[in-house]
Ligand binder design. Structure first.
Ligand code: ACO
Length: 432
């Protein structure tokens, strides 16, 4: 492939062009500064390829999403979440024996160390479960050593224990006793059991809930260089351990512009409903350039046609609601808002479509999962993607520490005058 050329101050700099397996092309600027003194400036990294990766392919203009080459539409209807974890992390589909072994390991490592239960006692009743998750996942590194030999097992531990930590965070928030995992249940069934069982009653996992959860987790499993995955890669690039890197990803996911949008969507729909359901007035507010109000669950940095995950979830929502016998005016409201927005010039012009978070919240609600847990559900789904990216980077030949540059816009050199305040007392004066 021929080089690209950059001309600057009458000098020409050849820049190699890299082509991906789906024909995507990139100009390699990694030597640009050494050659010319120039750096590239791309706030928000909207036009920057941070790595080469073989995990996930997205074509945002065509609404395409594939995990390791397999279309999301097929994976979503034909796979279980644990198989998707295997596929993403190990790069191939497991055969029947490999999958069985993998599932046995995931079942055997579901318990958390009893001492970790004490950590939950220290949080105030209203603690957000995402804060608890970030702290708990980082805390796993205090129990399990970060050695080369323990890496395989640490991956299993993380995948197995994350649902226990999440369910315990929920139990803490409602003041109920923790429910221990059962080895006869699937990954998803076990999570539902730990969330919803109470000691005084027998809990039978509802297959409709298990199926719905399986779909939701698969649709969230990976999405290439999004904010949280890039954070995991960024933290991991310093050779931080797996637990610490994933904890960083959880914090990045929490924000309402990213994974926290699923919570914000329900809060937004609730507020519109409480205000008499006047969604048109709300959309007017969104379109008012001065209001800073956004239609949560709409828009995406990469998808400019439709988000295939949102399409799958919208189709699934009616089915899941009917099977669960659930009724929620927010589902109807969401559909009316989508319809209205998709024919409104403001949204059409900016190519704003529903993203994965627009319909996930209403489904979680129908399943009885409280709003504050929605982003934790995203953590459960995205975990295999984060692990796969952390591993890919670690094993790559070009695993340099992530260290972007900047264009400095501050003060030029100036004198730091001595004002004689160096030994100023910090003692409080009388009368204060
Ligand atoms: N509602 C109203 N207007 C929007 C929205 C929205 N949800 N999203 C983007 N826009 C507008 C912006 O105001 C901007 O308009 P302008 O050109 O007149 O200034 C234009 O569309 C482009 O928006 P950007 O902010 O530049 O788009 P960016 O790619 O940086 O942001 C993001 C993408 C963060 C997802 C944005 O669309 C957004 O905030 N959406 C709502 C939050 C959300 O749903 N996040 C979840 C994303 S999916 C995920 O992380 C799982």
């Amino acid at each position: 492939m021929s080089d690209a050329k950059l001309v600057y101050k009458d000098k020409e700099y050849p820049l190699p062009v890299v082509e991906g397996s789906e024909g995507e092309v990139a100009v390699d600027v990694s030597k640009l500064r050494a050659q010319s003194g120039l750096i590239t400036l791309d706030p928000g990294y909207g036009n920057t390829g941070a790595c080469q990766s073989s995990i996930c392919f997205i074509d945002g203009d065509e609404g395409i999403l594939r995990y390791r080459g397999y279309p999301i539409e097929q994976i979503a209807t034909r796979a279980r979440f644990t198989e998707v974890c295997y596929l993403l992390i190990y790069g191939k589909r497991p055969n029947a024996e490999e999958l069985r072994e993998f599932r046995v390991k995931l079942t055997r490592h579901t318990l958390i160390h009893e001492d970790m239960k004490k950590f939950y006692e220290g949080y105030p009743p209203g603690a957000h479960p995402m804060a608890i998750m970030a702290a708990m996942i980082a805390s796993l590194s205090t129990f399990y050593p970060d050695t080369e030999e323990s890496l395989d097992l640490n991956i299993i531990r993380m995948l197995a224990k994350v649902k226990t930590l999440a369910a315990f965070a929920y139990k803490k928030s409602v003041g109920q006793p923790f429910i221990y995992p059962r080895n006869d249940l699937s990954w998803t069934g076990n999570f539902l059991h730990m969330m919803f069982a109470v000691p005084s009653e027998e809990y039978v996992v509802n297959p409709v809930m298990e199926e719905a959860l399986n779909l939701l987790l698969i649709l969230h499993a990976d999405h290439e260089q999004n904010c949280s995955t890039s954070t995991v890669r960024m933290v991991g690039s310093s050779d931080a351990n797996l637990f610490a890197s994933i904890s960083g990803g959880i914090c990045a996911l929490w924000g309402p512009r990213h994974g926290g949008a699923n919570q914000s969507v329900i809060e937004m729909l609730d507020a519109i409903q409480a205000d008499g359901g006047n969604y048109r007035a709300f959309l007017d507010q969104v379109k008012d350039g001065n209001s800073k109000v956004r239609l949560m669950g709409f828009g995406h940095r990469v998808y400019k046609n439709f988000d295939p995950r949102a399409k799958l979830l919208k189709d699934a929502a009616d089915r899941i609601f009917a099977q669960l016998g659930a009724v929620d005016p927010l589902l109807e409201l969401a559909k009316r808002i989508e319809e209205e927005a998709l024919r409104d010039e403001y949204f059409v012009k900016r190519k704003l479509y529903p993203n994965v978070d627009f319909y996930s919240g209403v489904i979680y609600r129908a399943m009885g999962i409280p709003t504050e847990m929605f982003t934790v559900m995203f953590v459960l789904g995205r975990l295999p993607g984060w692990i796969a990216h952390w591993m890919e980077q670690r094993n790559s030949d070009d695993n340099r520490i992530h260290r972007p540059r900047q264009i400095y816009t501050g003060e030029n050199l100036r004198e730091f005058e001595d004002l004689g305040t160096k030994h100023l007392s910090t003692k409080l004066g009388k009368g204060r």
